[in-house]
Design a protein around this ligand. Sequence first.
Ligand SMILES: *[C@@H]1O[C@H](CO)[C@@H](O)[C@H](O)[C@H]1NC(C)=O
Ligand SMILES: *[C@@H]1O[C@H](CO)[C@@H](O)[C@H](O)[C@H]1NC(C)=O
Ligand SMILES: *[C@@H]1O[C@H](CO)[C@@H](O)[C@H](O)[C@H]1NC(C)=O
Length: 188
Amino acid sequence: MASSSIRFAIVLLLHVILLVQLLPVHSDDEDDHLLQGINSFRQSANVPPLAKHDNADCLAEEIADELEHRPCASNTASNTQLANYQSLIRKCKIDINTTTDGVILPVCVPDRVAPLVLTNYTESQNSGYLNNSRYTGVGMAHEDDWTVLVLATNTPGGSFANKACLLNIITSNHLVSLFLGVFLAFVG
Ligand SMILES: *[C@@H]1O[C@H](CO)[C@@H](O)[C@H](O)[C@H]1NC(C)=O
Ligand SMILES: *[C@@H]1O[C@H](CO)[C@@H](O)[C@H](O)[C@H]1NC(C)=O
Ligand SMILES: *[C@@H]1O[C@H](CO)[C@@H](O)[C@H](O)[C@H]1NC(C)=O
């Protein structure tokens, strides 16, 4: 009896660990505030709010990591060049054909002073993208002085969809945790 309840405890623990790992990676106050600011800007332009987009988030994270050590002076609006853009796309397992209608908006503000970051999006040439209803999803990340937004559309050309891959499907839900649980329940 004792051994079966220990086994049950182990299975339970494993489920908890695996499920915690599968929860959304981060919910960041700074990003949330910026998104609120951008969405009220959109509201005033009569366009629907942007929703968080996981794959765009992944790409924004990779791009922010890339830009991290670049000086702010290279902040020339939206044409910051990334030589390895394709490999960043690949790291996030995104099908590159679903990124062409999206847009990447990096902004560099020393110390990321929040009101300045927001106005760099809403009161610069970036605003023309952010008040546009064709964009529906957003990925956000920040590193050092850089903030990166990746805007996605709800059309195939800008959906930042995953490359078709069976492994993605299996690992993207908690089937793995279930299999492991079932497996352990039968061991011993
Ligand atoms: C993307 O589109 C091009 C041409 O339309 C095609 O050759 C290529 O295989 C596509 N790539 C992927 C990953 O689907
Ligand atoms: C954008 O940020 C820079 C600092 O990098 C600041 O000097 C500038 O005033 C900001 N522009 C807007 C429109 O907010
Ligand atoms: C969006 O911004 C651009 C440039 O800032 C402006 O020309 C356009 O009228 C705006 N569109 C809406 C829907 O507010």
